[in-house]
Design a protein around this ligand. Sequence first.
Ligand SMILES: [Cu+2]
Length: 580
Amino acid sequence: MFAALGATPAAAGAATGGVESVGGVKGVGGVGGVGRVARPPRGVTLRARPASVSLGRRTVSTWAYGESLPGPRIDATAGGVVRARLVNDLPAPTTVHWHGIRIDPRMDGAPGYTQQPTRPGGTFDYVFEVPDPGTYFYHSHVGMQNDRGLYGPLIVEDPREPLGYDEEFTVLLDDWLDGVSGTPDDALRRLNASTEHDDTLRSDLLGGVVGELRHPYHLVNGRTPDAPAVFISRPGRLVRFRVINAAADTPFRVALGGHRIAITHTDGFPCRPVTVDTFLIGMGERYDFLVRLGPGAFPLVAEAEGKRARAFAVVRTTKLASTPNRNVRLPELNGRILTYADLEARDSDELPRPARRVTVTLGMRPSGNEWTMNDRLANDPMRLRVERGETIRIVLDNQSPMWHPMHLHGHTFQLRGTGWGGPRKDTVNVKPRERLNIDVQADNPGEWMFHCHNLYHQEQGMMGTFGYGPQPPGLGHSTHGNQGGQGGQGSRSDRGGRGGNGTPAGHAGQGVHGGRAGHGGQDTRGGRDGDGGHAGRGGDGGRGDGARGGQGGAGSHGASRPDKPAERPTSRRHRREADH
Ligand SMILES: [Cu+2]
């Protein structure tokens, strides 16, 4: 049940194998290890640290997991367990959030909600089941850290994958400014000091102004368009692309030159396949598509919607074809574009009909730089209280002048209209003046973050909670930097199973999301106990699958190397060897 990456059981050794040592399987870049048989990984170490990373032509100073951008691909199998040790070598506290996973709340990396951030010099062992297959990612959830290099893909395989395809690639999209035009915290300070919005960043598709700022670069798998990532395949292959938008402020319009594509999943969950030319992906969303590749070399373009800039990569199936121009005009980008109304959940993923509804109004304060949920800011957040087991309809009513990609932690809701059983998702774009219904089944008790995935909006207040089950004692979100409660919050690697776990005791009642101008970005510290992640034990999870038991549930892969941009596929049938 814990099988992942084809790992054999009973690998010995500490859980600190590190991404470096278990690389060499295959992955986003996978260059180093193609054809070699790696030792079965016992887990992955994510060492968050200041690093110099290459974006292709340019090297920047940033914060990253190890030396790679994106962080290592972590693979798991549905029903299995992911083990990841965070080692914090940053000069600031940090956490890892496993975006989209129906996770044990104590492993959710939500600072001030279910765990204290891990202090500089500290470690935290994330150990959790991954119940649902699909395309996910992980990222820091502290302040502006996610707009640095602290993100990577998390792919959960379906042991009974119904789709037949030959190979797959992971495509991480990002907007980048760190080390080029200051830091993300600098950018937030500038935004907080201003009440204006850049009216030149506009998209009809998103109903007006699309973003807060222009990032100097847009990346595919950590690379700029002038030194693009290259995905190598063969003509005639049926390929699955897993596209993840890890950007802070940029929606992308994605197309593959010369091809129509079949959308098969969004936010990890399958949908009835839809053939389109292009699709829009908001921050935090994921889309998987299938395409049968023709012969040649094709531009994979992710246009920064409304920003007149793009991320760019190359899909190559023949050696001799000339590389497409990175500024090429793609008719597909103006072809048939996917809409939410095109997407339908599988019958088996339909949620029960909701018995009641609540409205969440998305708003902007007259200041222009504070974003609200039901007129509340993050420092005194909106709290939706629900009953365990119920299905509730949340009407997202956007009364603000900008679109918002709204993300709910710990659940996958269903987008529903009249007579329409829309897709299961965990992140949904809501345009200005739009009302969208999302139905949520309360099947994973906890106190969950519910927020805009525009990182700048999140930090400017657009953060609420969705909670049920026993409320963690001391939960409170006082103003930024205050620390209430105490740090004795549990949940580390020695928990067992998820069912029946109590809520962690001694929750840190600290407000890490002061929504207002001028707060200090990622400095959420407040933990006074030696190591934010490890004080105390939570709940009654019992022991069992701690750092010692069982076999590796998560593997990792080296990411693309600066000096060797070719992206090797992950073959479904031959996971350990390159077949070209
Ligand atoms: Cu927003």
